[in-house]
Design a protein. Sequence first.
Length: 269
Amino acid sequence: MTAATLPRPRSFGFKWPDVTLRALHVWRRNRDVYMNVWLSEAIWPFVEPFMTLLALGVGLGNFIEFEQDIDYVAFIGPALIAVYPMWSATAECAWGSFFRMDQQGTFDAVIATPVSVDEVSTGEILWGGTRGVMSVFYVGLMVLAFGGIESPLAILIIPLSLLANPMFAAISLCYTATSKTISSLNYFFATYITPQFWLSGAFFPLDEMPGWVEVIAWFTPAYHVVRPYRALSSGEVDSTVAIDIAWMLVVGIAAYLAALHLMRRRLIK
């Protein structure tokens, strides 16, 4: 029996992340695969936000009036920069990671090398976050073209997305690590991601909804990404931006540590 096939001890307590720069090899592997299929992968992240801006921002927006003099494209545009990359990062660490873990055997092959489970998980989260950041560029350029960005502070959305999208990816990998079948991922999207998409304040002000809706929304990650993106885009930055950044940082770290733990339980036999 070789060292690569020796059974590994199973641990359920806290363990400090076993992560080195080898995690970047996992990220690079996923990037190389993407570069071979990028054209087909880029269709959805480009077309759907474009149609949403056209149908809702321009079409429906002509019939919507806010009490303040706010253009509807300027209202939903920054939010779309938040929620569509959420889908990209989440999908990559859901369906993409599940296929590599369960169907293709990629993870088993990688951890037979000196790369650890924690490094595989970290590489997956980094790649999921990268897909989200790429979507920020796609959607951001479209929103800019439609006139939905009003302040040069919107450029700060890019560095902020480096925190937001790995958070979405880590949360997604937590669920993927516990999924037994590919179809079970549908529950995650139907009960967690889709409600966030519509109830994060992206398409209408939450203060017009029943109070309990805003309370629930406050505990969802997308809410804390939509708010600072909108503030930076409009130039109306206040203390809530710092609160949202702190919220994302805490949740992102917690989700990352949870993802590592759950992936160890899944992959270490």
